[in-house]
Ligand binder design. Structure first.
Ligand code: GAL
Length: 813
């Protein structure tokens, strides 16, 4: 025993010494982003060929969305359909369903890989984080592969396709079909493309799986499984804490086939949690004969997750309810081209809202979004599909399911499994396969694939056919049963399903337009109005859905409801319910925030419940109702306080207290009989003892006078990608926001920045996002300024006829 231990130690120290002497001579991998491409819209013969002349093509930067510059057109992807899942009885013409932007058709991209990038003996991998859609990839005129699903990450080993004496040409053909989506899918190579040059003795792509199977206050066990290629290799792993301090290292050559497995201890581990998202890094180095052949740095978190009938979802031993939102992949005015600072802004806003979880509906999230969720502290439900074999739309994923579903899931798991934020997988959303026994088999098959690839996380499916899945066993086989809406069936499903919990995988679908209020204030579903807007009194929803308060009540009354994912955090392009049949509606009304990222009133309803650290005291509606003098104009207050007194021009309207007479009375303070007169609305909130603890007021604004500018960040990075989001508010001469101003505004950026896009959050606007002029909507809009690669000052001027100009100075470093 002792002898063998001794020889082990000696061997390790020999390897170690060897390592220290030789490491300097090694080379690691080289990762380059392919950003500059030539682009051509439309089919073109021989564009895959090496000698094809693409000089006249447009120069574009990837990530790229070829459709976001529009123009909007009613005829694009006009779908005459009956939407079963919306309980529709007959087919109707749906105009803005996929955003009315020109995403359909063929697009070609070409780029060159300079010869100096290709070194003999290297393995070369070409990776795509996502291409929309039906990608076919050619190297030097030869097709090397394809990928139909626009949301999948994929890669090719192109080592044997490369010339070593000439530059190499990559050509990509994409094709988006009509009737292939239920929302704006976007178009183009919209996520990053990278070239990885590594030694043939190296880690396989997506080759590491890091888990933390044992955690105590004293020690955590970090398990790392690494897939390697090459003989006689030694793996050195260095673990560092979030400050870069070395916490442990390990050396091993023990191998099981292609896999090397390590268990490394970390003393007094710092735990990854939503409020303290502490990340460690593992630097993995592969050596052969004392030479460094490959290395990768992977961030990971030490955290424990558990789902049980007794306690629901637990993070690090504490019960946590999902306060989640669903997000589509588009970034509003920026389209689908991925941009990390736009994602960071979204998550920063959601953090203030008190959100703790994101569901990537209904497909694979961007890798950037996952990195940010790890860093900022969000739980993540990573979804895969909106369709399996049975179609929702004619040319949807049903065309690819048989051939690609397994590979798409395997790649999802392999590419993302080291992110501590991911706590659950979703195999699908409201798939029509919920009906029938074949669908049950498919659910089991897909769940088994997830389990095989990742035994550490459970699987859910967002189910809307609750009666069907209760009967046919579909719901019973899932790790976590997710219900989309159907609050009236929660209790029954909970009793029937064996899991002992229900997740609100999709909730609310309440609709509203920022700053627009409808009278009389009445609750109801599928309500439409002549201006194609929905009321911000937050009383309108869909026939299949409900108001936020109904979900709150369930979560408060039933401990087995493990939380919710609201449809949706931000508005998105396409699916303009309840105006699917009305042009020019072209984007959603579901968001807690609008398409520009500005909060609707609902923001404060959720915040009053979810943000438990800060005060929320919000009054609605605005108080500019010329013509409503003497008419009943209800006032709502969204607050974390239990009761408050309302004053109109100093006259008390009485005290309201949250109560159980209805779900709305439970979560909102409502004064239904207030009579409108211009002036001041003031609310004074009371704590539990009845002492006045906070107050807020809003005032009737005068005529539009000048423009106020506020940036989310005034200093940005000079990398040509970073963005500052500047909110322009039209105010009167006292500085009071004019809530119904619709003045046309014009934008001018000078210095080391560019005007990138603008958005006013109006779901019916047909003005293009990339043009430097737009009308304000409900008194506001958001201008997006992009840095150049040169550090310096940036100035944004916003002007409008009859208004004093607004000006803001930004800087980029
Ligand atoms: C759900 C669906 C979502 C969206 C939503 C609108 O049924 O999963 O993708 O369509 O309805 O309410």
């Amino acid at each position: 025993m002792e002898n063998s231990l001794l020889s082990k130690i000696t061997l390790i120290s020999v390897i170690y010494t060897f390592f220290i002497v030789c490491v300097v001579f090694g080379q690691s991998r080289d990762v380059r982003e392919l950003k500059n491409w030539k682009f051509h819209l439309g089919e073109i013969q021989n564009a895959d060929q090496y000698d094809f002349q693409d000089k006249a093509w447009e120069n574009v930067i990837v990530p790229h969305d070829w459709a976001i510059k529009g123009p909007f057109d009613k005829e694009i992807d006009k779908q005459v359909v009956r939407i079963d899942q919306n309980n529709e009885k007959e087919a109707t013409e749906k105009t803005g369903r996929t955003g009315a932007l020109p995403f359909i058709g063929v697009g070609w991209y070409r780029t060159k890989i300079p010869i100096e990038n290709i070194k003999s003996g290297k393995q070369v991998i070409l990776t795509f984080d996502g291409a929309m859609s039906n990608a076919e990839v050619f190297i030097n005129g030869k097709k090397i592969g394809n990928r139909p699903y626009g949301y999948s990450y994929f890669y090719f080993d192109i080592t044997d396709n490369l010339f070593s004496d000439r530059e190499n040409v990559v050509a990509v053909r994409l094709e988006n079909k009509a009737f292939s989506s239920r929302w704006y899918p976007g178009a183009g190579i919209y996520r990053k493309v990278k070239l990885i040059l590594k030694d043939k003795v190296s880690f396989k792509h997506w080759g590491h799986f890091i888990t933390t199977p044992y955690i105590s206050d004293e020690v955590a066990k970090v398990n790392i499984k690494s897939q390697v290629q090459g003989e006689n290799v030694v793996l050195k792993t260095i673990i560092r804490d979030s400050n870069g301090n070395l916490v442990n290292q390990n050396l091993t050559s023990q191998r099981f086939g292609d896999e090397i497995e390590q268990s490394i201890s970390i003393k007094n581990p710092e735990i990854w949690d939503i409020d303290s998202p502490i990340l460690y890094t593992a630097t993995l180095e592969l050596h052969q004969d004392g030479v460094l052949k490959d290395s990768e740095v992977i961030k990971f978190g030490i955290r424990d997750i558990d789902f049980s009938a007794e306690r629901g979802f637990e993070l690090n031993g504490k019960v946590v309810k999902f306060k989640g939102v669903c997000l589509h992949h588009d970034l509003g005015p920026l389209g689908i081209a991925i941009n990390k600072s736009a994602l960071r802004r979204q998550l920063t806003i959601l953090k203030d809202l008190g959100v703790n979880a994101i569901r990537s509906s209904h497909n694979m999230p961007s890798l950037e979004q996952l990195e940010l969720c790890d860093e900022i502290g969000f739980l993540f439900l990573a979804e895969s599909f909106d369709e399996w074999k049975k179609p929702k739309v004619k040319n949807g994923y049903n065309l690819y399911f048989d051939e690609w579903a397994e590979k798409d899931i395997v790649d999802l798991v392999h590419a993302t499994r080291n992110h501590p934020s991911i706590v659950m997988w979703s195999a699908g959303n409201e798939v029509p396969d919920q009906w029938g026994s074949d669908g049950v088999k498919r659910a089991k098959w897909l769940q088994d694939i997830f389990h095989r690839e990742d035994p550490t996380r459970p699987v859910t499916v967002g189910m809307d056919q609750v009666k069907a899945v209760m009967e046919n066993g579909f719901g019973a086989i899932l790790d976590v049963p997710g219900l989309n809406y159907r609050v009236h069936l929660y209790e029954e499903a909970y009793k029937l399903f064996p899991q002992g919990m229900i997740l609100g995988s999709e909730t609310a679908s309440t609709v509203s337009s920022r700053g627009i209020y409808k009278f009389p204030v009445e609750m109801g579903f599928n309500k439409t109005h002549d201006d194609l807007q929905s009321s911000s009194y937050d009383v309108e929803y869909c026939s299949w859905s409900n108001l936020p308060d109904d979900d709150f009540a369930l979560q408060d009354d039933k401990p087995w409801v493990i939380g919710e994912f609201v449809w949706t955090g931000f508005d998105y392009l396409g699916e303009p319910t309840p105006y699917d049949n009305f042009w020019p509606s072209r984007s959603s009304y579901f968001g807690i925030l609008d398409l520009a990222g500005l909060p609707k009133d609902r923001y404060y309803l959720y915040r009053s419940r979810w943000n438990t650290k800060e005060e929320t005291l919000h009054i609605l509606p605005h108080w500019n109702w010329k013509g409503r003098e003497g008419e009943k104009t209800p006032v709502f207050v969204y607050t974390n306080y239990d009761s408050a007194e309302l004053f109109i021009n100093g006259k008390s309207q009485g005290i309201q207290k949250k109560n159980n007479s209805s779900n709305q009375h439970r979560y909102r303070l409502m004064w239904m009989d207030v009579v409108y007169e211009p002036g001041e609305v003031k609310v004074v909130a009371f704590d539990e003892k009845g002492s006045a603890v906070a107050q807020k007021s809003i005032k009737t604004a005068g005529a539009p006078h000048h423009i106020l500018l506020e940036a989310d960040r005034t200093t940005i990075t000079a990398d040509g990608e970073d963005l500052s989001f500047v909110t322009a508010t039209i105010v009167d001469k006292e500085g009071i926001p004019v809530p119904n101003a619709t003045n046309r505004l014009n934008f001018e950026v000078s210095g080391e920045g560019n005007f990138k896009a603008v958005c006013n959050g109006d779901a019916t606007s047909l003005e293009m996002f990339h043009l430097p002029s737009m009308k304000a909507f409900s008194g506001k809009l958001v201008v997006i300024v992009e840095s150049t690669k040169q550090a310096g000052n940036i100035q944004l001027k916003v002007s409008g006829k009859g208004l004093r100009q607004g000006q803001i100075n930004l800087s980029s470093k």
